[in-house]
Design a protein around this ligand. Sequence first.
Ligand SMILES: C[S@@+](CC[C@H](N)C(=O)[O-])C[C@H]1O[C@@H](n2cnc3c(N)ncnc32)[C@H](O)[C@@H]1O
Length: 214
Amino acid sequence: MEKRRGADFLKRLIEVALPIKEISAESVRDKSLRHGHISTLHLWWARRPLPASRAIVFASLVPDPDDAECPQAFQDAIHRLLKGDIYKPIPPQEDTLRNRLLSFIARWSKKQLEFEAGKISTPPAPKEMLDENCLVKWESSINPKIIGIARELVQAAYGYMPTVLDPFAGGGAIPLEAVRLGCNVIANDYNPVAHLIERWTFEFPYKDGKPGIP
Ligand SMILES: C[S@@+](CC[C@H](N)C(=O)[O-])C[C@H]1O[C@@H](n2cnc3c(N)ncnc32)[C@H](O)[C@@H]1O
């Protein structure tokens, strides 16, 4: 068997667990968002929801922190960046590094948990279903604190920012989220409309857009 070498060969978080229900709830909401959303740039039927794209890019890049071969620097970064109550896993989930990382990606809001427990009778509005501190929430897209944590975690896993390749990038959701996470990105599509959408989505704004927006 080949000996594992560094982060590139480790078991990724996406191979172990992902908060699918929470990501799906925000992905449903994503369909109705307009202001500031790339769907308003040009209609692209196959475009994947941004919360799902952000979650799968992030969870494909970072290792499973509970794996015995996970780099110490990545585990230390989780201890440092995801400490305290904000990302404390919701019982009965144990307080492990993996569950803290999953909580960072997506977690239910207090209101949603109260509704599920029957403590309140009105379901929360779609924008209130997820906790405001989690990565996949729409409002986190331009939140420097949350995007900054995600970038630091990716950096800690590798020691550098990795390159993400999407050879069939279509409407650009996956490369856009990889750029947002601070990665180098190579995107490709043989459809010229998709090619232009991709350039407008994550090339021109990053080269010529306003500074300060993550
Ligand atoms: C399902 S879509 C990708 C959707 C994308 N993930 C998104 O979020 O919008 C597949 C894309 O692959 C492109 N494609 C198919 N065959 C290709 C090829 N041989 N070379 C480059 N692009 C190709 C298509 O033009 C199409 O845009």
